[in-house]
Design a protein around this ligand. Sequence first.
Ligand code: BGC
Length: 269
Amino acid sequence: MSDPKPLTGQKALVTGANSGIGRGVAIAFGQAGADVVVNYVAGDDSANAVVDRIKQSGGNAIVHKADVSSEDEVGVMFDRVVREFGTIDILVNNAGLQRDSDFADMTLEKWNKVLGVNLTGQFLSSRAAIREFLRRGVVASVSRAAGKIICISSVHQVIPWAGHANYATSKGGIKLLMESMAQELAPTHIRVNGIAPGAIKTPINTSAWSTPDALKNLLTLIPYGRIGLPEDIARAATWLASDDSDYVVGTTLFVDGGMTLCPGFSTNG
Ligand code: BGC
């Protein structure tokens, strides 16, 4: 990327930004010149630490606590963003969680929780952002697009996952939510895209990388031979949010070290 600050003058909201991938994206956006809203639902200290980190590198950021699965809380959050920042240019739908269970034992509560945060949360935040994008339209001095939405999905939008049916269903839903929004809104110059991370070293999957045995096992699924880092996703998100990707519409960028290449087939089949 030629411009070291490709998001200068833009206002961005990253959901679930106090840890993991969201944290990485928020910090990268701050470094890229955006004003950043660090949304979180629990963990005041970690959210404030992300803001401090952005400010230390010369950026501007605020925290906002809200549960993205609550229509009311999302409404209050977007009202505040527009009040404090004037508008919003970029939404990163990142907030997500796992509540794993064998299928026969999966409770409705676990099902609803995961679908509520991972999928309904992306709907609610996207709808609020899109209303503001449509109200404001394109401001050519800021961006060629009227707004950008990045839906953080997962390789599990295409890879079925035993023991995680609620999670995989939410990610499959994100794929078509993202694509349907992209198709509907492209004529208004709102760009909607997705990122499908593979195994990224974050708190959501600690058990998959925190012991040598677990990591060795995990690496059999990753042709590129290393676990991903939040920065790998942050760089992709910065590009998708910038005008460098202005003609990229409705695409999912898989950032997974080749996890979706069916590595089992390299020695079988
Ligand atoms: C999940 C992780 C998992 C990765 C690859 C992600 O979407 O949240 O727990 O390690 O997919 O399977």
